[in-house]
Design a protein around this ligand. Structure first.
Ligand code: ATP
Ligand code: MG
Length: 291
């Protein structure tokens, strides 16, 4: 029986999601002390308990209420098919699921798969993607080393996670179609986040922190000196800037400007500022940022 005054979060014990999941939680100001071999740990300064699991098990544990929330790849959520609420897309551990075929075959489109055999560890996602395109393929479920399937005569094509594509190349395959994209998501037991419970209140507190951390990651804080006459132009260059903080400098005709800039616009803004004669441009990351 779970304590109702704390929430339990399931995170991957060790793998591609672990470090980024724990960094996010730590950036939310939640600390815990646990050795690397433990399966469970209590946060020191937040009503939260950690369960360290294999990523495959996270959707089921959250669905069954063993954990209240969890961080896992969207691919695992969709593949396992348990009904859970997706509270946030966390944007890290991005990957794609693609079709790959042997270099020797000519592939002209997804119709190639019609009636052919495809090896994958993601049968549910594959079938659903193919169904949307009206293709029926013979899906072979394999749990690992998917990419050797064509070489050993098990399948005509594979459908697998790709990040750099080097594993495919070394097995004489080429990526031909991306059917699905994934990143880490924060999931919760269905209905939990809409309830009036104490757990719900704790989740809301955590979400406020997660949103502040994620927003901060998308922005940079910049500080620079500028000839006073260019302030109007600067306000036009920096998108979304309501009003910059401006301080006069001892040197006449010069001001110091502080503002935030979206990470995506950062390099364009920097070049434009230099073009307007800005000097001593300082850039720092932002730790937290509320709306
Ligand atoms: P576990 O032992 O927990 O079952 P695993 O080997 O199944 O771990 P990882 O390889 O750690 O899983 O990948 C976890 C998740 O990271 C994947 O489900 C996927 O969402 C994401 N991911 C991002 N890039 C990649 C990649 N290049 N290969 C595999 N997974 C990736
Ligand atoms: Mg796994």
């Amino acid at each position: 029986m779970q304590n109702n005054d704390i929430i339990r979060i399931a995170v991957q014990k060790s793998g591609r999601l672990s470090e980024k999941s724990l960094n996010l939680i730590q950036d939310c100001g939640v600390d815990y002390s646990a050795g690397s071999r433990v399966l469970k740990a209590m946060a020191d300064n937040f009503p939260m308990e950690f369960l360290f699991l294999r990523d495959d098990d996270i959707p089921e544990y959250v669905h069954d209420g063993i954990a209240d929330i969890g961080i896992v790849g969207r691919n695992e959520v969709d593949e396992k098919g348990y009904e859970v609420d997706i509270l946030r897309d966390l944007g890290f551990s991005r990957c794609r699921l693609s079709v790959a075929v042997p270099n020797t075959v000519s592939y002209e489109g997804i119709d190639y798969l019609q009636g052919r055999s495809v090896a994958t560890s993601y049968p549910k996602i594959l079938k659903s993607c193919l169904e949307k395109k009206g293709i029926t393929a013979d899906v072979h479920v394999v749990s690992g080393s998917v990419e050797i399937a064509p070489t050993i005569g098990l399948a005509d094509a594979v459908f697998d996670i790709v990040s750099t594509g080097s594993t495919l190349i070394s097995n004489g395959l080429r990526e031909v179609d991306t059917l699905y994209r994934s990143s880490a998501v924060l999931i919760a037991r269905k209905g939990l986040s809409g309830s009036q419970s104490e757990k719900q209140r704790i989740i809301e507190r955590l979400l406020v922190r997660i949103d502040a951390v994620m927003r901060a990651r998308h922005y940079k804080y910049i500080l620079f000196n500028l000839p006073e006459e260019h302030i109007e132009e600067v306000s036009r260059i920096i998108p979304g800037m309501k009003s910059p903080t401006v301080t006069p400098l001892y040197k006449k005709g010069w001001i110091s400007v502080q503002t935030v800039v979206k990470e995506d616009d950062f390099w364009d803004v920097l070049e434009a500022l230099q073009g307007l004669g800005a000097q001593g441009i300082l850039v720092t990351s932002i730790e937290k940022m509320t709306q």
